[in-house]
Design a protein around this ligand. Sequence first.
Ligand code: ASP
Ligand code: MG
Length: 414
Amino acid sequence: MALIVQKYGGTSVGSLERIRAVAERVGRARARGDQIVVVVSAMAGETNRLLQMAADLSDAPDPREADVLVSTGEQVSAALLAIRLRSLGYPTISFLGHQLKITTDSRHGAAKIKAVDCERLHRALSDGHIAVVAGFQGVNPDGDITTLGRGASDLTAVALAAATHASVCEIYTDVDGVYTADPNICPQARRLDRISYDEMLEMAGLGAKVLQLRSVELARRFNVPLVVRSSFSEESRGTWVGEEDKSMENVLVAGVTLDQNQSKITLTGVADRPGLAARIFGPIAGAGIVVDMIIQNAGADGRTDMTFTVPRADLRRALEQIRSIAGEIGAAGIRHEDQVAKVSIVGVGMRTHAGVAATMFKVLAAEGVNIEMIATSEIKVSVVVNAKYGELAMRALHDAFLGDGAHALPEELG
Ligand code: ASP
Ligand code: MG
């Protein structure tokens, strides 16, 4: 008998019809004899609907009250699924975050899980119950409801899988696994059978939306195997996400990602002196803005240009900061481009194969795509290009590295 955590996302529980279908699937898993913990998201669209109501009543809804409000979405779907499972004859019990002592810090809307006490959960399971848990929510030390951030039902599922030493955490969604690229942009994209935690982390961080980033971090830390699969199809084998093994190195590039939500800022004529980067980026970080890529070109006359990217949603605030800093440090000017695209290739094979970046640049050159910025890590190469060319660049790179008859190794791409 294994303990399995299954998580169903918003579209998977998006209607009563869907909840019936999920109940059938959960019931079958239970009938196989395993212990089942089910984590649910709010019904599709519900979280946004709740947040919109709060926004209609206040420019800045109180974060504590917003969490009281927004956590109800998961409460509804957990209760509905438990009601359906019981009517099918399966002993079932639903739990909210506080009932399982999913204890978090007090950062409402973005709380971090500190501890999970599984005593109640284990009791329910050993009594033969299916446990249905409301995702996305926890409780702070004062007993107030917190939420863990958008998309964080995945995180609840992984945290419970880690805490209960579940044999697998199955993430059910509306796609049948992790793809080599977004199939809406790249028709040739295909499902991956397996992907390593590290690759999945990079891909989640670079714009692949199938798994929430923090949940992958947690899965890696506690070595929780994940399976991402579709709740809409019985046949879907899904994608296994787990620890890297030797054979994965043979795959040079596991996926291509595209992030269209970046902006670029250039500060020109900055004195080339110690401390200036700190002067520039300190206040931006202080404003809670996450700077992604940075490049600095040293000029001949003791002045440099500093270019960096920020999420487009933060561009206005970043520019406000930069305008005041530019004055203080005597920079010559500020330029910005509000729409740039970041295209990345990810693969653990890059650790052991040289020339991947060069091949990437060659492919983009052949398409006439100008590269504006470059960043690399051990297992990824990212470039910033004009937003117009983002999709084209993604398709060209997918063709070259992952398309039918793609060359596996860079040496072979002449
Ligand atoms: N309902 C929450 C959201 O929409 C959490 C989740 O679905 O994972 O962000
Ligand atoms: Mg989700």
